[in-house]
Design a binder for this molecule. Sequence first.
Ligand SMILES: [Zn+2]
Length: 287
Amino acid sequence: MSWLTEFVRPKIRTLLGRREVPENLWVQCPSCQQMIFHTELEKNRKICTHCGHHMRPTVAERLAWTFDDAKYTRIELPKVPVDPLRFRDVKRYTDRLKEARDKTQLDDAIAVAHGTLGGQRTVVAVMAFEFIGGSMGAAVGEGILAAAKLAVLQDAPLVVFTASGGARMQEGAVSLMQMPRTVIATRLVKEAGLPFITVLTDPTTGGVTASFTMLGDIQIAEPGAEIGFAGARVIEQTVREKLPDGFQRSEYLLLHGVLDMVVKRTELAAVLARVIGLLRVKEKQAA
Ligand SMILES: [Zn+2]
């Protein structure tokens, strides 16, 4: 970093003001390296028009794609103690949080909303990979719990979209405690006789996979999503064996019984609506 890039460029940027036009009109697909025009990509729900690769969406996009007519109400999530361990690596954790908040306009790596899905009242929680790798600290645990309580209150099913690198290491043991807490949250929903559906998106790993994610009544994943607990390299080193092709990807996990369905993003809302409809009919018959 020179004086020129560090000082002059930001100054020029401020002088020019925020640009209305996105800086990059073309997006390169990380899978096939082809260039896609950004409006075309947006129209196709961030699925590569060349190879079908599902790129990571923002929380706002995910919510809009899921609810009927893109209409939903977000709820405010409970506040949690900030930086309980006063953690610092190369940066202070509080600075990291502030940066992530500025970048994403989110309080933490989760958002919870309610609305209708196929005309049925539904609560949806979405994890934000763009917020410190979607890592699960106290705020995410609290968010999952709040979503579960809201589902019970509204007598509505709970759908959780997961995207996470695992535990929020800056919160240490507090982060690990969110695993049992989120498991309890799923129990609340199940004890109320309501469907709990997880949609695993790229990537869903670590403590999130090892807790509530795998407890869905129905487990759906997007195509090609990386899903696992430990990373492939760690496993390879431990078992000293070459792992099969597509290991820890949706399709492989579907084949081995971990998932119920792999659904293309463009069909996801319709599939969720159908699954919820089917589960709730059964419930009414049982009552
Ligand atoms: Zn592609």
